[in-house]
Design a protein around this ligand. Structure first.
Ligand code: GTR
Length: 336
């Protein structure tokens, strides 16, 4: 959605941010309205439903003192923009991918490294385990409390030109990536040109040929209608960077220890609920798109992994990060 078209969304965005901002500036020591949360995905998407489910748990467990209002469909702006607003306390919560956090918290890059996970099970063990928690804790100094991770499946490349089977097929392609240095580096290493851009602008960019393709999971590829303009989906499955639900540290500080525990508990519980929604949606999206004629092809994944190897050295730079990568590996790459 663009902010130059239509008065409604702009006015709504201003009203929401003014309400959040007024409280942040006034330094109110209590949250006396629903917690405002942003999501780039539309209503009905698994992440949106999960945060809504968390809101219900909060309402029940606090007798209505806490609840959540999700502003879905990117109506409050792009992920990098809303993240900034969350840091300043104009928004209480935000569900984003981990990718836009890499420029502000380099340690988050670990979970976006190409081919770091051997299976969905391995990814889930990492998110639920000690490495996942350590990475969530590392964003606190940036003004964000990491509440939980949600699944985002595997991302693959898609484009308008034709099937991509090896990195050689990437040459000359302009591919949209999220605003994250890891993603830019990854696409460059695979041989294409990376164009960082907010998700809401990608459909038009594909349509007008500003970019030739992009990369994402099945549910996003479908819900953003990118398959209509870029019908070749090549199964690189190069990244499994998770979604993350964050709370503004400013809002967090207004909560009593008891309410904080309730918020953390509800967030953790929403992870399992989300996985149910996710598994169903991922399979359904893939089936629907295949039936609609999207051209899916297998790729030489080993060749893509090899081409993207330099990204690891570029981003795993400190002993602490190397240790975390080791911890992730030690969780075992098998599914179960
Ligand atoms: C999706 C993710 C979004 C957003 C998007 C993107 O998979 O759920 O939060 O990061 O990718 O590519 O911008």
């Amino acid at each position: 959605m663009t902010w130059t078209s239509g008065r409604g969304p702009i006015l709504q965005r201003r009203a929401v941010l003014a309400a959040g901002g007024a409280l942040a500036v006034a330094g109110c020591d209590q949250v006396e309205r629903p917690l405002f949360s942003a999501d780039t995905h539309s209503k009905g998407y698994p992440t949106v439903k999960a945060v809504e489910a968390m809101g219900k748990l909060l309402e029940d467990r606090t007798n209505g003192e806490l609840s959540i209002r999700v502003y879905a469909g990117g109506q409050l702006g792009s992920e990098p923009d809303t993240l900034e607003i969350t840091i300043f306390g104009g928004l209480d919560m935000n569900r984003v991918n981990l990718a836009p956090l890499t420029p502000i918290a380099p340690v988050t890059a670990i979970l976006s490294l190409p081919f770091i996970f051997g299976s969905v099970g391995h990814a889930r063990r990492t998110f639920d385990g000690a490495p996942g928690r350590a990475i969530l804790d590392a964003i606190e100094p940036m003004g964000l409390i990491g509440l939980c991770y949600y699944d985002s499946g595997a991302r693959s490349f898609y484009n308008r030109r034709g099937p991509l089977e090896t990195p050689a097929d990437m040459r000359g392609l302009k591919l949209r990536v999220p605003t994250s240095d890891v993603f830019v580096s990854m696409v460059g290493a695979a041989g294409a040109n990376a164009t960082p851009m907010p998700l809401g602008e990608v459909y038009q960019a594909l349509l007008q040929g500003v970019v030739d393709g992009a990369e994402n999971n099945w549910p996003s590829y479908e819900s953003m209608r990118h398959h209509e303009v870029a019908p070749y989906y090549s199964l690189t499955e190069h990244v499994m960077a998770p979604e993350v639900l964050v709370m503004s540290a400013r809002t967090w500080r207004k909560l009593t220890p008891e309410l904080r525990d309730i918020v953390m508990g509800a967030a953790r519980e929403s992870v399992g609920i989300m996985r149910g929604f996710w598994d169903e949606r991922e399979i359904a999206a893939r089936e629907r798109l295949t039936a609609q004629g999207v051209k899916v092809n297998a790729v030489d994944r080993a060749a893509f992994a090899k081409a993207m190897e330099p990204v690891w050295d570029r981003f795993v730079r400190t002993p602490e990060m190397r240790r975390l990568v080791e911890d992730v590996r030690n969780l075992g790459t098998a599914d179960a």
